[in-house]
Design a protein around this ligand. Structure first.
Ligand code: NAD
Ligand code: MG
Length: 391
């Protein structure tokens, strides 16, 4: 029986994780569920999965949840605040931690799980973007296992040789596929006026709002290039991005002998989640079966740099090194939130990201304190520019 903590349990990935766990009640036990403030969703999850702990970042919401759970006769103990997240991420009784908080807010708890030697199921790609070197070091020092949940990175892990020592020797390049999002075919002149609802209407995947906007700008793929660089130790020059609108080929690895190994499946996050949970074995995920005859065609094309300028920022940031990736991530979180709040135009997300990276990207921040300080400065600068550009 494996005990698991799910950070961000009320979000898209958190809910999919619980759906997979429900298929395997003999193998997994939910130790803790954690979210920011969504009390009602967490209440329902606690009643269904009876975790030992429920954590809400918001103390007031936690107080209400505690009263509600007691009223229902539940034995789940309710904790509040960021410290409690760290505690349930590193508790000695926990085997696995699903890190599915959105944004840099998920870094501390993912790091706590890494340092404590857990199997970390990493959906929170922002952790690796903000502090990739540090995070990978924490994983090594902690001695746990890192299983990427991002579908592309799960696909690459499934396509790489089993022995890690062979990764650098046998692989020519890795290719991340990208759907191209909802605006792949839109007239570029119309992008400026796109609304949050339009940006969040992803053709293939149903996801949280932040990552949905990131998919529309292709900043999601930019973050994933950085994620792949740290996860697989690949230099930026050996990471490619390919548009594949059907989202069936989840990513691929090209070997020196000309072979290309890819992982395919229907676009359903329960597959990479089940892989992370059951690795190195396989178990049912609840996903439907891929029927290639019904799909008929798989298409591929190079990304259009003019339509998706954000993608280039990932390669620029990796070239700058140090804290540039953290700067890019912070700017993007601020710009996306401003866009979702109706305060910034869609096309200005890129302006804010590019200008913030240019202003602060040269920082050589490395240690956690320096990176967090840089993150805060980048947020301040990005917010000021978003206000200036805002409508
Ligand atoms: P979401 O917005 O649906 O859910 C986010 C979750 O994080 C919620 O449970 C929320 O309560 C929690 N949360 C937010 N801020 C918090 C804080 N400060 N403290 C504690 N909890 C907090 O997001 P999502 O789509 O599930 O994405 C989660 C992560 O997974 C992101 O990093 C995203 O990039 C990554 N990811 C998502 C998908 C997907 O299909 N949704 C695919 C690949 C990667
Ligand atoms: Mg992805």
């Amino acid at each position: 029986m494996k005990r698991i903590t799910i950070l961000g349990s009320t979000g898209s990935i958190g809910r999919s994780t619980l759906e997979v766990l429900r298929l395997h009640p003999e193998d997994f036990e939910v130790f803790a569920l954690a979210a920011r403030s969504s009390r009602e969703a967490l209440l329902e999850q606690c009643l269904r999965f009876a975790p030992r702990y429920a954590v809400l970042e918001d103390a007031r919401a936690a107080g209400l949840l505690r009263a509600e759970l007691q009223g229902q006769g539940s034995r789940t103990e309710v904790l509040a605040g960021a410290e409690a997240m760290l505690r349930v991420a590193s508790d000695p009784e926990v085997h696995m931690v699903m890190a599915a908080i959105v944004g840099a807010a998920g870094l501390d708890s993912a790091l706590a799980a890494a340092r404590a030697g857990k199997r970390v199921l990493l959906a929170n790609k922002e952790s690796l973007v903000v502090a990739g070197e540090l995070f990978m070091r924490a994983m090594r020092d902690g001695g746990g296992e890192l299983l990427p949940i991002d579908s592309e990175h799960s696909a690459i892990l499934q396509s790489l040789p089993e022995q890690r020592e062979r990764w650098a020797l046998d692989v020519r390049e890795i290719t991340l596929t990208a759907s191209g999002g909802p605006f792949r075919r839109s007239d570029p002149a119309t992008l400026e006026a796109m609304t949050p609802a339009q940006a969040c209407a992803h053709p293939n995947w149903s996801m949280g709002r932040k990552i949905s906007v990131d998919s529309a700008t292709m900043m999601n793929k930019a973050l994933e290039v950085i994620e792949a660089h740290y996860l697989f130790g690949m230099p930026a020059s050996r990471i490619r991005v390919l548009i594949h609108p059907q989202s069936i080929v989840h990513s691929m690895v090209t070997y020196h002998d000309g072979s290309v190994v890819a992982q395919l499946g229907v676009p359903d996050m329960r597959t990479p989640i089940a892989y992370g949970l059951s690795w190195p074995r396989r178990m049912a995920s609840g996903s439907s079966w891929l029927d290639l005859a019904r799909i008929g065609r798989l298409e591929f094309e190079d990304p259009d740099a003019a339509r998706f300028p954000g993608l280039g920022l990932a390669f620029a940031a990796l070239g700058m090194g140090g804290g540039a990736c953290a700067v890019l991530n912070a700017a993007n979180e601020v710009a996306v939130q401003a866009f979702l709040d109706g305060a910034l135009r869609f096309t200005d997300i890129h302006r804010v990201n590019a200008a913030t990276l240019e202003a602060l990207g040269a920082s050589q921040a490395r240690e956690l304190g320096e990176l967090l300080d840089l993150d805060a400065r980048a947020r301040g600068r990005a917010a000021a520019q978003a206000r200036a550009l805002g409508r």
